[in-house]
Design a protein around this ligand. Structure first.
Ligand code: COA
Length: 329
């Protein structure tokens, strides 16, 4: 049993920060950012909340799918930058949309979040418990970016994308995993409220995590780079193998948009033509879990997702999480 992406939609904030804008706040240049990452601009939330961006994208996806709000059985939110610790972003999106009954929860699998959510959706569709699942990926990465750290702040942007997923007869296979030993490679600690009873400060077992300030994202960029360039081609191969396909059979590959050099290395390792890979990093930067569904949405808008096309989504991120899903569109 496969999946059908019935509807897509996305929303990006109007505010845009260019590489030149970054060169005014940290010691960097358009030349460095462009050649090392492929990024030119990124959108930054300017008052929007993650659930509001997500609901905006969701409305478009629901309209595109041609279904009613009452047809949605489940809302899966994917985010690492939710507006609330609780409730889930999915519940907030459901409230905003006016949905009264649906199973709502969030998945935190960082930049691989959409691939993880799609896999969960597939299982609920396959067992027959759900007919229409709304996946809403919305990220305000800018709320945890340290704008004094030139090695991370230039990489990330904000935005949201949503898809309505339902059952199809086509193929769907996935290869999804995590390497929790790399949990300290990208992280952002949650600040706590002051508490009159506490006498001890938390003692993180990892020294780097212990020392890091709360809230601001920390990243071991070079380690993540090595991990990503290894894991991306491997996940694409393993998911394709599970479907009984050669990687050359894939028509469209949507990689997580973290760094263009990571994608180019994967292209070389997979020995596939570059034009099979959809890349929009130049405009959006890394929007964590929203990258892949935003790309899906744009491809659909361009009319490039014809029925029967063999699609591969491949993501990786903090955790360290990674995974690929292959399916017939
Ligand atoms: N502008 C100018 N110089 C910068 C810079 C910036 N924005 N960011 C880092 N540098 C400097 C470094 O300080 C270093 O200077 P030094 O040699 O004087 O110490 C130099 O550039 C080289 O740094 P390095 O870290 O080796 O650069 P790099 O080519 O590996 O690129 C990343 C750094 C972060 C872009 C790259 O490692 C990367 O993309 N990693 C993966 C990150 C990622 O994708 N994270 C999200 C996963 S979902």
């Amino acid at each position: 049993m496969g999946i059908k992406i019935k509807g897509c939609g996305y929303y990006v904030p109007e505010l845009v920060a260019s590489n030149e804008d970054f060169s005014k706040i940290v010691d960097t240049s358009d030349e460095w950012i462009t050649t090392r990452t492929g990024i030119k601009t990124r959108h930054i939330a300017n008052g929007e909340l993650a659930y509001q961006m997500g609901a905006n994208a969701a409305m478009k996806a629901i309209k595109d799918a041609g279904i009613e709000l009452s047809d949605i059985d489940m809302i899966i939110g994917t985010t690492v930058t939710a507006d609330c610790l609780t409730p889930s972003m999915a519940c907030l999106v459901g409230k905003e949309l006016g949905i009264e009954k649906a199973m709502c929860f969030d998945v935190n699998a960082a930049c691989a979040g959409y691939v993880f959510a799609l896999d969960i959706a597939h299982k609920y569709l396959a067992c027959g418990d759900c007919k229409n699942i709304l996946i809403v990926s919305s990220e305000i990465v800018s709320r945890m970016v340290d704008y004094t750290d030139r090695s991370t702040c230039v990489l990330f942007g904000d935005g949201a994308a949503a898809t309505v997923v339902s059952y199809s007869d086509g193929e769907y296979k996935s290869y999804i995993n995590s390497d929790p030993q790399g949990a300290d490679k990208i992280f952002a600690k949650i600040p706590s409220t002051p508490n009159p009873f506490r006498t001890q400060t938390p003692d993180w077992s990892d020294e780097r995590m212990q020392e890091a300030p709360e809230l601001f994202m920390q990243m071991a960029g070079n380690d993540v780079y090595k991990f990503a360039t290894t894991i991306m081609p491997e996940a694409v191969k393993k998911a394709s193998e599970k479907a009984g396909w050669e990687t050359a059979d894939l028509d469209i590959i949507i990689p997580h948009q973290a760094n263009i050099r990571i994608v180019q290395t994967a292209i070389k390792k997979l020995k596939l033509p570059e034009d099979k890979f959809y890349i929009n990093i130049q405009e959006y930067g890394n929007i964590s879990s929203a990258c892949i569904p935003l790309a899906l949405s744009q491809l659909k808008e361009m009319g490039k997702l014809e029925s029967g096309k063999k699609v591969c989504l491949v993501g990786f991120g903090a955790g360290l999480t990674y995974g690929a899903a292959v399916f017939e569109y």
